[in-house]
Ligand binder design. Structure first.
Ligand code: AHG
Ligand code: MN
Ligand code: MN
Length: 339
């Protein structure tokens, strides 16, 4: 069997089943059925993104989302596809999306709908019309069968309770990167067979990197510690002259940080005093992946995964990256990094 054929047989579906047999022999295949719904949706979204210039969903949708942001046609398309592919899995109770003000109840009874899926259907969508990488980010929780909780209260779980998280990056290749709490694994879509195959087993973030990623146009509004840290990154002290890379799609900027190390930051700014990114479907899934790969993720005060959410769309400052850069950042914050 040549290595290439072997590669093509190590599919995402097989990987999930192997993990399930190793870690949850009692599982009934429910979870892998749920994940296959996400995979199906992302294949459909990826195809639409790939042919966007030819597509009728390109450009602005003409509406604003719950955050008052201009919705792209593909934001709406991606959201509808995920709602449909996950809504008919038969085991998802609640769906919460960046594009919906409230969670969507799919199955009322927690015993049937045991899972909650929270997602950013299309991350970086303002980059779509200029053909820059975008992605889908997802996070999966178990329903807490505490009666009397509102659907929003059921969704508001701390990131440390995620049972899985991941993203699909629609770029030069389409990659799925996920974790169920046992490491981070990357799969590349093989378009000749329409299947995600394992290409990056056990992904580890380097202890340190040479890249920092932040939108410096907001620097005047950053907290003082952040401006001092930025000065250090650029000063070449400890002969560490970093280079700047900023794509403007969280998934793409994080994917590079995961592979090469360094740090990504969306700090508090004068426009967004609590940061721009949303905790539920950007901060938490990215933080789980970072920690599972050996990195760290904080809001400048403490661990992202320990934040007790108070609202579905709440924003959070996000600092995520390699151990060295994250510890150095927190040295400037003059408080030890509590993780
Ligand atoms: P979304 O497209 O889901 O709204 O997310 C956009 C986010 C994130 O992808 C990126 O890191 C950030 O917006 C970029 O913000 P700025 O343009 O303010 O730098
Ligand atoms: Mn986003
Ligand atoms: Mn989005």
């Amino acid at each position: 069997m040549t290595s290439r054929q072997h590669h093509r047989c190590q599919t995402f579906a097989r990987h999930i089943l192997e993990q399930q047999q190793d870690w949850h022999p009692e599982a009934r295949g429910n979870f892998s059925w749920l994940l296959s719904g996400i995979v199906l949706a992302c294949k459909i979204i990826g195809e639409e993104v790939r042919r966007l210039g030819l597509s009728e969903v390109r450009g602005a949708a003409g509406d604003e989302n719950v955050h008052g942001e201009q919705q792209q046609g593909v934001d709406v398309f991606a959201n509808e596809v995920l709602m449909e592919c996950l809504g008919n899995r038969g085991n998802v109770g609640l769906l919460a999306s960046e594009e919906n003000e409230e969670p969507v109840v799919v199955l009322e009874c927690p015993d049937e709908g045991e899972y909650i899926v929270v997602f950013d259907p299309l991350d970086g969508s303002s980059n779509l019309d200029v053909n820059v990488s975008v992605g889908t980010i997802f996070s999966i929780y178990r329903r807490t069968a505490q009666n009397g909780l509102s659907t929003e209260q059921e969704v508001l779980q701390p990131g440390r309770d995620q049972i899985a998280a991941g993203y699909v990056l629609y770029s030069s290749s389409t990659m799925l990167v996920y974790s169920t709490g046992r490491g981070v694994h990357g799969f590349t879509l093989d378009p000749t067979i329409g299947t995600f195959v394992l290409t990056h087993p056990d992904m580890r973030m380097p202890e340190r990197g040479w890249t920092y990623s932040v939108n410096e146009s907001y620097a005047d509004g950053f907290p003082p510690y952040c401006r001092r840290f930025l000065h250090w990154l650029k000063s070449g002290e400890d002969n560490t002259a970093y280079r700047s890379r900023y794509i403007g799609s969280l998934v793409a900027d994080f994917h590079r940080t995961l592979l090469l190390g360094g740090i990504f930051m969306y700090p508090p700014t004068s426009t967004f005093p609590e940061g721009k990114l949303r905790l539920a479907y950007e901060g938490n899934p990215i933080a789980l992946l970072a920690e599972q790969a050996g990195g760290l993720a904080t809001d400048g005060r403490g661990r992202i995964l320990d934040i007790e959410p108070t609202a579905l769309h709440q924003r959070v400052p996000l600092f995520v990256g390699s151990q060295l850069e994250m510890q150095k950042l927190h040295a400037f914050i003059e408080q030890p990094l509590k993780v």
